[in-house]
Design a binder for this molecule. Structure first.
Ligand SMILES: [Ca+2]
Length: 544
């Protein structure tokens, strides 16, 4: 009964969120009538016409007909509303109409276009210079991105305008459930950065009333969700490897061209001994762009790249701080972003950096991270000024390289939707060739630099064979020999697992990639479901 009640509560809130998304404004008006206080203030300050949005009960045409024909009216049919500059008398008359639900200010968002309402993450990667999807620009249509994570919640921003879900497949390696879910809330956040369409924060020029739109990079891409992490962000490596095998096997059915791996573990030996590296290489050779997190071990210094980010084939992404400004001139590599080269193989990593500090994406109500970090919920009235303070938050904020990785996955989806013939190596070569150097950071921190989606889409670079990240040495050529001992001490003092407490974690700097060391220790593997030596990767790739 309890579970059922909670479920119903959730549905009720979800329904509320959906109604809100589509701009139903009946409940917004308070006891002072339909005129928003900001409108009343503007009316009292001068006699000039006030730019307002008038929300109706559905009889929009009838309400508009009461205004003089000289008034320039912009109809907003999706909202049962219209926008106009109205005199005090006209506003007062409308406020007394039984058909008018609310009159709100229209000043701040009028005329805002595609890039004007873009959040700092999308501005930093130069998405504003790309033709908008509504004008025929690339949006990742037809491309599926597989997300190895904690699952996905089927939220409004992951649906098509007709209501159908863009989560085209869900496979649960943790609990074997059939219905898509995300009890942690992390996988949905990742999916939103890749393919969220910002439906819950639609700006005025698209028929909504938000001042800022929180959309993913590839808003028409599809998501294939592979749940390998549990509610607390832990997962068995055997399940991660099974999920990668599933991705390879099903890549043609769903057109999976990109794989997001926002998790990582300890590097305990050379690449050849790392089963996760073997798995991601196999996916890469099968034609899937694998994008993975560098890790959040920047404070350790060189050598802090995690597995499978240590693999030379894949694209390893570090985190960039946009400083929450539109300009990229102040962008800096995050202090916590793992620094290369890799242990044992001394591969030059990360390959690129992308925004990974205070990124905003989808919130899963009552998920683990939502309940643990309620302060990271984004208030709806921070981007829809006319929304009430109690509107259920749709978006959430997280930081770390697990949030910069999906940004690059979104770019890869755009590149492939624009040119389906691109190989994973072409995508990697173009991303790296067009990245901008971040001032104040060396190559071991930023790789080729900050990604630029417009430049990557325009690039004609093609890879000659595998675009392997450069091998710099043989284990101690670059890294001092004592780095390895230092790492063992570092990870022990930092991750004393039995004493680990979530409550002490600083959620504003949430670092998802940290929590998996014990599961990735090669020496500690217990293969309950799969035997590495018996697994035949070559059978998963046609022609190899
Ligand atoms: Ca900036």
């Amino acid at each position: 009964m309890k579970a059922r009640q909670r479920h119903l509560t959730y549905l009720a809130l979800l329904a509320l969120a959906l109604l809100f998304t589509f701009g139903v404004s009946t409940a917004w008006a308070d006891d002072s009538g339909p005129v928003d206080p900001a409108v009343a203030a503007a009316m009292s300050q001068s006699n000039a016409p006030v730019p307002v949005i008038v929300f109706t009960d559905g009889n929009t045409d009838a309400v508009m007909a009461t205004l003089p024909s000289s008034v320039d009216i912009t109809s907003l049919p999706s909202l049962d509303a219209f926008a106009a500059d109205l005199t005090d008398d006209q506003i007062t008359a409308l406020a007394n109409s039984p058909d008018v639900n609310a009159i709100t200010m229209d000043g701040d968002v009028q005329g805002m276009g595609w890039s004007d309402t873009m959040d700092f993450t999308n501005l930093a990667i130069n998405l504003g210079a790309v033709t908008s999807p509504s004008d025929g620009g690339p949006a990742g249509a037809g491309v599926s991105v597989a997300v190895l994570d904690s699952g996905v919640s089927n939220l409004a921003d992951l649906r098509n305008p007709d209501g159908s879900s863009r989560v085209v497949a869900f496979k649960d390696f943790v609990k074997n459930r059939r219905q898509a879910y995300d009890d942690a809330g992390h996988g949905t956040f990742v999916a939103g950065l890749i393919a969220g369409n910002g439906a819950s924060s639609t700006p005025l020029d698209q028929g909504g009333n938000a001042t800022m739109q929180y959309a993913g990079v590839a808003p028409q891409a599809r998501i294939v969700s592979l749940k390998v992490l549990d509610k607390n962000g832990n997962g068995k490596e055997s399940n991660v490897i099974r999920a990668i095998a599933w991705t390879i096997q099903n890549r043609q059915q769903y057109n999976i061209r990109v794989l997001n791996v926002s998790l990582g573990g300890d590097v305990t030996g050379p690449i050849e001994t790392d089963p996760l590296a073997m798995a991601v290489e196999t996916a890469w050779k099968a034609g899937i762009v694998v994008v993975t997190s560098a890790g959040n071990e920047g404070d350790f210094g060189p050598g802090g790249i995690l597995s499978p980010g240590n693999d030379p084939y894949v694209i390893t992404v570090g985190a960039l701080n946009t400083q929450q400004t539109a300009s990229t001139s102040d962008d800096a590599v995050c202090s916590y972003s793992s620094i290369g080269p890799t242990f044992y193989d001394e591969i030059a990593k990360p390959d690129v950096v992308a925004p990974g500090n205070r990124n905003i994406s989808l919130r899963v109500p009552w998920s683990y991270i939502d309940l643990t970090a309620p302060q990271n919920r984004i208030a709806v009235n921070s981007y829809i000024p006319s929304a009430p303070s109690w509107a259920p938050p749709v978006y959430f904020m997280l930081s770390g390289t697990s949030t910069s990785t999906p940004v690059v996955c979104g770019i890869a989806a755009l590149m492939i939707s624009a040119d389906p013939t691109l190989s994973p190596d072409d995508v990697k070569a173009r991303l790296m060739a067009t990245a901008h150097t971040v001032p104040g950071a060396d190559a071991a921190q930023q790789g080729a630099g900050e990604v630029d989606v417009a430049a990557a889409l325009a690039s004609i670079v093609s890879a000659n064979g595998y675009a392997l990240s450069q091998k710099l040495g043989t284990g101690t050529t670059v890294l001092p020999a004592d780095t390895y001992d230092r790492w063992n001490d570092y990870k022990w003092t930092k991750y004393r697992w039995t004493k680990y407490r979530w409550t002490k974690y600083r959620w504003t700097k949430y670092r998802w990639t940290k929590y998996r060391w014990t599961k990735y220790r090669w020496t500690k593997y217990r293969w309950t479901d799969i035997s590495w030596t018996r697994y035949r990767w070559t059978t998963l790739i046609q022609g190899e």
